[in-house]
Design a protein around this ligand. Structure first.
Ligand SMILES: [Zn+2]
Length: 399
């Protein structure tokens, strides 16, 4: 999730603007060739903030309400051929102080409850094999990733409990530095006590995740935490929703050196769909007006529209940059659906629009095989490798 604290206001204002002026389709309509590739792929998205809607709004993922502004429903997922979604278990660190675990459990429960309500179209999934089975059964595979290491309350046993409940990745920090991992979000704040990356306990957390088979997610962490993690982990890492700093100079984005390190590590960078990470002007406006970000967001979207420009992300800059620097085997999709405050690129209004990404990749000259890797194959490879390292560590055969 990105800047969740101003979500409701902006989400509504932008959504209203969008419904009153229907967005033109981004680029050409999806061709038969693109659809054929798209529909034969197992598509995996690694970051959607929908659980907050389940819990806070009582939102039903089976909703077919045409006025609903959400990005992820079973219907939209089906139309976009979404195979697997990692639902984000994100505990806001200030308002939940003192009960991080409780809120983590509540969010986990909310995902299970949705799956129980729609057993014909959705199933809980905990492995690569589960994702493949869901694909064969034409169901959405629902997985879970914890966003922010503060959820474990500095307790390795809670970490293990989360694994047992089905959590298959954890972002070591969200925008807040916790007691064992520095975050990019507050790394310049002198009031926050930092650790120069990962503490010894933080390294122990990474190794325990390796041992259990929980993917280590480096989105949001500080640069030093990233490098400490790369030096510690025995399994490939993921960035569940990140972008490239070469395009937008935000601390949360990854430098080219970091992208290359993920290549060497065998991991994957799942590219974030959020415009703010892709547009330097927008980022500067956000930084300058921290207190009034909803207004900035609205103004940005309106300005782009007045200029006749789309609020882009189907222009593929980000995916292409990561593919160029890290390699096509190390890039994927981390949408940040339902967490980007209505600031998705024009033409991508929900999971139903995912075929447009395939069309854009095809237009960009990518082969069908490479497109399938980007859409989910790379993440499945990394997840499979993480499972393998886990088996080796548990058997005591790891190097
Ligand atoms: Zn996030």
């Amino acid at each position: 999730m990105t800047r969740k604290f101003f979500l409701p206001l902006v989400f509504c204002s932008v959504a209203l603007a969008q419904t009153s002026t229907p967005a033109p389709p981004a680029g050409a309509p999806v061709s038969a060739r693109a659809l054929q590739i798209h529909n034969s792929a197992i598509i995996v998205d690694t970051h959607a903030d929908t659980p907050q809607r389940f819990l806070d709004e009582g939102f039903d993922i089976g909703s077919t309400d045409p006025n609903d502004i959400g990005h992820v429903t079973l219907d939209k997922a089906k139309r976009g051929n979404m195979g697997a979604e990692f639902f984000s278990i994100w505990v806001e660190p200030l308002s939940n102080q003192g009960h991080y675990a409780q809120h983590t459990f509540d969010l986990v429960d909310s995902v299970y409850e949705q799956a129980a309500r729609h057993p014909d179209r959705m199933m809980m999934a905990f492995s690569v094999a589960d994702i493949e089975r869901a694909h064969r059964e034409h169901k959405l595979a629902a997985l879970m990733g914890i966003e922010g290491g503060h959820s474990i309350e500095n307790d390795i046993r809670l970490l293990r409990d989360y694994y047992r409940l089905g959590v298959r990745y954890m972002t070591l920090s969200w925008s807040n530095t916790n007691e064992w991992a520095d975050s990019s979000g507050d790394i310049d704040d002198p009031k926050v006590q930092h650790h120069n990356g990962l503490t010894d306990f933080g390294k122990q957390v990474v190794l325990e995740m390796n041992r259990m088979g929980m993917m280590v997610d480096i989105s949001h962490v500080s640069d030093k935490t990233f490098w400490d993690t790369i030096a510690t982990t025995k399994a490939p890492v993921i960035a569940s929703h990140s972008s490239a700093r070469a395009l937008v100079d935000a601390p949360r984005n990854m430098t080219d050196d970091m992208l290359r390190a993920v290549t060497k590590n065998g991991g994957v960078v799942q590219v974030n769909f959020f415009n703010g990470f892709d547009d330097e002007d927008f980022r500067k406006a956000m930084v300058a007006q921290k207190k009034d970000q909803d207004a900035v967001m609205k103004e940005y979207v309106e300005k782009r529209k007045a200029e006749g420009k789309t609020v882009t992300y189907v222009d593929l800059d980000r995916i292409e940059h990561v593919a160029k620097v890290a390699g096509v085997d190390h890039v994927g999709l981390g949408s940040d659906f339902d967490g980007v405050s209505g600031a998705t690129p024009q033409g991508i209004n929900s999971a139903a629009d995912l075929p447009k990404i395939t069309q854009a990749l095809l237009d960009g000259g990518y082969s069908a095989a490479d497109i399938k890797k980007i859409l989910g194959g790379n993440l499945l490879r990394v997840f499979g490798e993480v499972e393998k390292v886990s088996r080796e560590m548990q058997a005591g055969t790891s190097h």
